[in-house]
Write a protein that binds this ligand. Structure first.
Ligand code: CO
Length: 157
């Protein structure tokens, strides 16, 4: 495995649409392993393939697991959000946009279909923090960055 360079905001590649993964081969597995190592090295909780310069629909999220300190590493290939429920607003940041954080509006719960690294089709429901991370990473595959969805929350007095 190897840590790859993270593409930073301002580079046009980050704004491009990623293409579907068609080959679930060793090359994909190396990409996913490198993405994970890069995410861990950068202290992130999610990473999308375009962030390491590869315009393919692959993301990794570190999901929160209730009652457990260790997160769950969750890979999604060709993910599609097929249902959204509820709303939540909270602060986000991004490995490609160092130093910036802002409040973003996200669904409370999403249902996502995806393939695993072997091409097997799956479906999963994610809520709360996990829905935020997954939505953020899936947005990268359409060239969308979190601050595009910034919401100004009025400060409570
Ligand atoms: Co990001």
């Amino acid at each position: 495995m190897a840590v790859r360079d993270i593409v930073k905001d301002g580079e046009p590649l980050l704004r491009k649409k990623s293409r579907p993964v068609e080959n679930f081969d060793a090359k994909l597995h190396i990409l996913l392993d490198d993405m994970l190592e890069t995410m861990i090295a950068a202290n992130g909780v999610g990473i999308a393939a375009p962030q390491v310069g590869i315009l393919r629909q692959a993301v990794i999220c570190e999901l929160e697991v209730e009652g457990q300190e260790e997160g769950e590493i969750f890979e999604m290939i060709n993910p599609v959000i097929i249902a959204k429920k509820g709303k939540q607003v909270g602060p986000e940041g991004c490995l490609s946009v160092p130093g910036k954080r802002c409040d973003v509006l996200r669904p409370e719960t999403i249902t996502v279909t995806y393939q695993d690294r072997f091409g097997e089709k799956k479906e999963r429901v994610l809520s709360g923090f996990n829905a935020v991370v997954a939505s953020h990473e899936i947005d990268h595959l359409s060239g969308i960055l979190f601050y595009d969805k910034e919401v100004k929350v009025p400060k409570k007095k």
